[in-house]
Design a protein around this ligand. Structure first.
Ligand SMILES: [Zn+2]
Length: 89
């Protein structure tokens, strides 16, 4: 499989989005511990934003792979790992 620079960039973006999502989940868990509804609501929103960023990045990667025919992620898709985190709250 040939590596495409654009794909590599999109994979990096996607990885960063997933990392940000994990960080948001960690903060959300801490917010739950804090017991403040206000903090929790804010963090919940931030987590949702981060999740959408992941989806946008994944879609960009997917679309590029389809259009450019440079292949797509099958193994080691970080999204699969993050999906197993499941629904919070
Ligand atoms: Zn490509």
């Amino acid at each position: 499989m040939t590596r495409c620079e654009e794909q590599l960039r999109l994979v990096t973006d996607y990885g960063a989005a997933v990392a940000a999502y994990y960080a948001a989940i960690t903060r959300l868990e801490q917010g739950m511990i804090s017991g403040s509804r206000e903090i929790y609501a804010q963090l919940r929103w931030a987590t949702e934003e981060a999740r959408m960023q992941c989806e946008t990045a994944r879609k960009a990667l997917d679309d590029h792979g389809k259009e450019h025919g440079c292949g797509r992620l099958t193994d080691r898709d970080p999204w699969r790992v993050s999906s197993s985190v499941g629904e919070l709250g």
